[in-house]
Design a protein around this ligand. Structure first.
Ligand SMILES: [Zn+2]
Length: 426
């Protein structure tokens, strides 16, 4: 009897996810903590696993000190507190934060009677279902039909098209260097597709009535893919709001998903990605072995071969960072590094103008953390992009991935103000 009691005391926690009636994970009662971990990262990762906590982000802290943001389930709160780490509470209740995102809204056009009308601007005051994102793109394209086309960049693991839009100006299709944007490679970073769609909207809606904006579209071919990980994005809407990776299954493991942004076939084998299939930063079994990476990489390779890539931005959240190369090394520098860093800092200044939101600009590894197999290193060195960046959008942790719907418009507006400066000055 004594022996049995002992066993039950040391048995690992087994927390059954609570599901709502549609089968979606309920996060009510989860608290989010920012935890200062000291140097023993591996030991802390083991704690995350035993607490069945969710690893939201890990900042190696060249700016703010080493820390993890983790979501701790209610059952594990006493065990977490007993560990006695220095921590601050970012959110008292993740479930309440998710509720603040609001219901997925209904899609509508500016003019409901015309198939060629722009989407209604209310698109930027709520979140929407995946299919509506596709309708949004289709309608934008129809409203700008002589200067745009819908594009696809291959297929996902679950056989969906990776969709996007190509915009061009007075020089005609594919006559200028490319500006290439990816949103939502990480499924839970919903604000990233909204901001990218806002950029498309501004370029298209103002082409005919604003000479500055017309100038941008005349000077560059824009290739914009708001959701490059649609399988994962859909899964965040149907099953798990905090899903990050793609939905790829592999033999020999029950773990699902590869981090498409640790899978690029350049500097793939290094610090800043995981070899463990269950990890949020699982890099895959071989470099470039996710279908999503193959699709978006092939498109980038084609753009590089055509007229070159002027600017690449991989849009993420959260943290408010503008990240220049490199992720794979904290000491390597590009041939135009000074120019890149100066421009990134000026972009941060321009972004701050509307609402005072502060973005930190700097090299990925030295500013935030090491990454291996990340997009901006590949696009910089293999595709020879002039600027190969990643931007982490709002916020700095209070709402994290679940940014309230009433922040979509300000988060988009400040980025657009920043980009107008960037396009005019690089
Ligand atoms: Zn991300």
């Amino acid at each position: 009897m004594k022996f049995l009691q002992l066993v039950s005391l040391v048995a690992p926690l087994a927390i059954a996810s609570r599901l709502d009636r549609r089968g979606k994970i309920v996060y009510d009662g989860y608290k989010i903590f920012r935890v200062a971990t000291g140097n023993d990262v591996a030991a802390f990762e083991a704690h995350i696993e035993s607490l069945e906590a969710i690893d939201l982000t890990h900042n190696h802290g060249h700016v703010e000190g080493e820390h993890f943001d983790i979501a701790v389930p209610p059952e594990s709160l006493p065990a977490f507190e007993a560990l006695n780490f220095t921590s601050e509470i970012l959110s008292e209740d993740l479930g309440a934060d998710i509720a603040l995102e609001g219901e997925l809204a209904k899609y509508s056009r500016l003019d409901a009677t015309s198939a060629a009308a722009l989407p209604d601007p209310s698109w930027f005051t709520a979140y929407h279902a995946y299919d509506d994102h596709l309708t949004f793109l289709k309608d934008i394209q129809s409203s700008f039909s002589s200067n745009s086309e819908l594009i696809t960049a291959g297929k996902t693991f679950e056989d969906r098209d990776i969709q996007g839009i190509h915009l061009w100006g007075s020089g005609g299709k594919d006559s200028k260097p490319a500006i290439y944007f990816h949103g939502n490679v990480h499924a839970r970073e919903w604000i990233s597709s909204k901001v990218v769609e806002y950029i498309i909207y501004q370029l298209v809606a103002n082409y005919d009535n604003d000479t500055t904006i017309k100038g941008f579209v005349d000077d560059y071919d824009f290739y914009i893919l708001p959701i490059v990980n649609p399988d994962g994005f859909l899964y965040t809407q149907t099953n798990d709001r905090l899903w990050r990776k793609n939905r790829q299954t592999r033999s020999g493991t029950t773990a699902v998903g590869t981090d498409v942004n640790r899978n690029w076939p350049y500097k793939w084998d290094g610090e800043g990605s995981s070899t463990s299939p269950g990890s949020e930063t699982y890099r895959g079994a071989a470099a470039g072995d996710t279908p999503e990476n193959t699709g978006i990489r092939t498109l980038g390779d084609q753009l590089a071969a055509k007229n070159g890539i002027k600017l690449y931005i991989d849009w993420h959240s959260y943290g408010q960072y503008i990240l220049t190369p490199y992720g794979y090394s904290c000491s390597a520098a590009t041939s135009n590094q000074d120019k890149q860093d100066l421009l990134a800092k000026s972009l941060a200044t321009a972004i701050a103008k509307p609402y005072g939101t502060r973005f930190t600009a700097g090299q990925t590894c030295a500013t935030l953390y090491a990454t291996a197999g990340g997009s901006n290193d590949y696009v910089t060195d293999v595709n020879k992009a002039e600027y190969g960046w990643a931007i982490e959008l709002r916020d700095t942790g209070r709402n994290g991935f679940t940014l309230p719907a009433n922040q979509i418009l300000p988060a988009s507006t400040e980025i657009w103000e920043g980009l107008k400066f960037l396009f005019a000055n690089f």
